[in-house]
Design a protein around this ligand. Structure first.
Ligand SMILES: [Zn+2]
Length: 480
């Protein structure tokens, strides 16, 4: 337990300065620990950092004994959803989604990149309220609404059928306040995608999303896409092989021998070409092109729901029953796979992990994103980022490499790496004080002793209180 004797006194005086003494600073760039540091936080900035002897906190400082603890930058989950349940359109789940925001904080998630949905008006409001200090939650960047084709896959998406539509949609998103653009085209004409990209870039917005299946990764890169979501798109079949596969699929759909899930997945697995990957990953690295592999959702939603029961999961009590119902395969949007499909999806997830590591080794910048939220079975806001990081390490990244995807890389994506995403003087002080060293065991990110955010310190007791409040809110709603 850290010493917080000064905490109550200081907070009641509205203290401006916090000093963490004797702490191990986690240097994620070097992958090393700098022991015995004093870190002074004034407002939301680190104003001094150095050995205790040479770093004297000013008078009236709230002092926290950090000895035996580790200080690292706060985590960003770069792929989350705040949305309603498409199979239960009567309940928009506005308050239920808002209630998940504190769950992120309680798990050291200081920022989220929200990938767009039907609650965009609320998400934009939450973002602004959090930024203004009127609401407690992680900083939010949001796509607003997704851009999709004629028949959008998700409620809330904007349908665009021409280049002119696309430009208009991007302008509209910008006007509404979107921070970036998310594309979700199953198939797309290249001129339409180019229009999205040109307009977005003219408006100063990055574009990320799903890879349309009629375009190869190389083609999407050439068109100007800034990044993509989901590691499955790291598969790089030879263009001519992919073309003939698509043509065959279209042909067979007409004669009602459409390929089933197992066949499609297996063939896509086998079509990956290592030579092509080497060439294309080098181009992605040079750009840089941002990849959010979302390993969590790849495993949990695609096959773990077939093999694990989550109903007795102790985390159930933190989520509104309506959110939990969207995750239950019996009541939610996604059905659990079985048989040959299940086996193929497991192989697919394994390949995605391998390709993620290969891409990383080739220098492709990765972002940690979990795809948590309504409809993505048991990918739980707050908890999921720690599972994602653990999966990256299990796949072959070092803990430092995995942690960078949720800290300094996330800041690079936002264009704020000069002032965010590291524990150093002048940097924004969104910090985690951990009980264990995250460089030796990634699981240490779950050992959160205190969160420092927006010039405030949230000790473990306060984070636990947040969790208790979330659970009791759910309980109240259940007995309503
Ligand atoms: Zn998603």
């Amino acid at each position: 337990m850290i010493r917080l004797a000064a905490f109550l006194v200081a907070s009641s005086l509205g203290a401006q300065t916090i000093a963490i003494t004797g702490v191990n600073v986690v240097d994620l760039t070097a992958g090393t620990i700098v022991p015995g540091q004093t870190v002074v936080v004034t407002g939301n900035r680190i104003t001094a950092l150095g050995p205790a002897a040479s770093t004297r906190p000013p008078a009236q400082t709230q002092v926290i004994d950090g000895s035996g603890h580790y200080l690292m930058p706060g985590l960003w989950d770069m792929h989350v959803h705040l949305r309603s349940n498409p199979v239960d359109r009567d309940r928009p789940l506005v308050d239920e989604n808002a209630a998940t925001l504190e769950l992120f904080l309680a798990h050291g998630v200081v920022g989220v990149r929200e990938m767009g949905g039907d609650l965009h008006e609320h998400v934009l409001r939450w973002r602004d309220e959090i930024a203004a200090g009127k609401r407690l939650g992680p900083r939010i960047l949001t796509a607003g609404r997704k851009l999709d084709g004629a028949v959008p896959s998700w409620p809330g998406s904007v349908s665009t059928m021409s280049a002119a539509d696309a430009r208009e949609a991007v302008k509209q998103m910008k006007k509404e306040g979107a921070d970036f653009i998310k594309v979700y085209y199953n198939e797309v004409e290249l001129p339409l995608l180019r229009a999205v990209l040109e307009e977005a870039h003219a408006q100063g917005l990055k574009v990320t999303g799903h890879l349309p299946r009629n375009l190869t990764l190389a083609a999407a890169l050439e068109a100007g896409l800034d990044g993509m979501e989901h590691g499955m798109y790291l598969r790089t079949p030879k263009p001519e092989v992919w073309e003939s596969y698509l043509a065959e699929g279209r042909q067979r759909a007409k004669v009602s021998i459409a390929a089933d899930g197992a066949e499609t997945t297996k063939r896509q697995l086998w079509m990956h070409d290592a030579g092509e990957a080497g060439r294309i990953y080098a181009q992605l690295a040079a750009r840089p092109f941002w990849v959010t592999p979302t390993l969590m959702v790849e495993a949990r939603v695609r096959y773990e729901i077939s093999e694990q029961k989550f109903d007795s999961d102790p985390r159930k009590r933190f989520f509104d029953p309506a959110i939990w119902a969207s995750w239950n395969p019996e009541t939610g949007r996604r059905r659990p796979p079985s048989g040959a499909v299940l086996e193929a999806l497991k192989k697919s997830a394994r390949q995605v992990r391998e390709l993620t590591v290969q891409a990383h080794k080739a220098g492709v910048p990765l972002l940690a994103g979990t795809d948590c939220g309504v409809s993505n079975n048991y990918v739980m806001p707050g908890w999921s980022i720690h599972e994602e990081l653990a999966m990256m390490v299990e796949a072959g990244l070092t803990p430092a490499e995995a942690l960078r995807t949720a800290t300094s890389n996330a800041a690079r994506w936002r264009g704020t790496e000069a002032t965010e995403g590291a524990v150093a003087e002048g940097m924004r002080a969104d910090l985690l004080l951990l009980r264990a060293n995250p460089l030796t065991a990634i699981g240490a990110t779950r050992e959160l002793e205190a969160l420092i955010l927006g010039g405030r310190i949230f000790p473990r007791s306060q984070l636990d209180a947040m969790l208790r409040a979330a659970a009791s809110r759910v309980e109240k709603n259940q007995t309503r």
